[in-house]
Design a protein around this ligand. Sequence first.
Ligand SMILES: [Zn+2]
Length: 399
Amino acid sequence: MTPSRPSAIEVHNSATVIDTHADTPQRFVDEDFDLGDPLGGGNLNLDSIRKGNLGAEFFSIWVEPTRYRGQYARRTLELIDAVTRQVERHSDRMVLATTSGDIERAHQDRRFAALMGIEGGHSIENSLALLRQYYALGVRYMTLTWSNSNDWADSSGDIADPSVRHTPRGLSAFGEGVVSEMNRLGMIVDVSHVADPTFYRAQAVSRAPIIASHSCARALCDHPRNMTDDMLVALARSGGPNSMGGVVQVNFFSGFISQTYRDAMKAMQAEVDSALLHARGAAQSQGRDFTYAEEERIRRGFMDKIARPPLRSLIDHIDHIAKVAGVDHVGLGSDFDGVSGQLPDGIDSAADLPKITEALLDRAFSAEDCRKILGGNLLRVFREVEAVSREPATETPRR
Ligand SMILES: [Zn+2]
């Protein structure tokens, strides 16, 4: 007789499920999308949140750096405003959470907790005052960069581009100050998107454990945006000798989880680029803006032709990170609404999250491990970041 295993849905529904990255705010602002609406090609709405028992989402405050040049703070504020307006409109089912305790209380009250994370340090426009004000408005993590390097931190997206000016050590002295100020405020330091030297510098400087809000393992899919095994271990040990360590939240994007998909994408890159160039030229000759939505439609048209990787590919990354860094150091960072619908087979929206729990149980992860991966690990890190913010800040980084 084999001991009976708890059902996947029981385990899933017993967890505080936390996802650390969704780009839905772009939809709120650009498409006037409301979380009460049908999905309409997206991955996240109130209905799918309920079906998938999603307890908390970190909504990404992402400012496209070329389109909004000169208006980074304005766009940042518009996105923050859009999230808070969603909370107001759906206050019966949603709450704005700014602490780990808020997430737990919301879970007990059966309400969905909305949090915010800034994606890309360019949003602070080289100003610690802006960083502090974003914190005051509820922002609780910041990726030091997006795909663009900024004046104080380097990105994996352009680190190989010699025409872009980079910092000598990955983080400038000001960048180290940004990390220290985030520690003092209680804002989680997020290393998704950063270049490898920037990762190591941030890891060394931060007094609190750090996260990667939406990143995968480079050993399984060779993308510069994914993390090497050495980085996974270093992140798990972040926060100093007394810390329980950070957490890597696995991105669901097909192009980060599957080498086969990535190779197919690379093979069509020239074709995509020329289609975009064409469409941009056509828009210009008609005297109109080439919109982000238009660009997104073209990209999606190409990527939809590539076969979706199996769900197994996503689980492989969770499994790998659990093996290399430890089961206490892995979680979920879907990138819903930020990957042009390019998700593994069977994952179309937040409603499909229980399938991940089922697949983890199939791989012999215990119910307790599943609960850690689904949100427990992130909560632990968040609590520790809050505790560090209450410590008196030292003048120089601890190590
Ligand atoms: Zn991202």
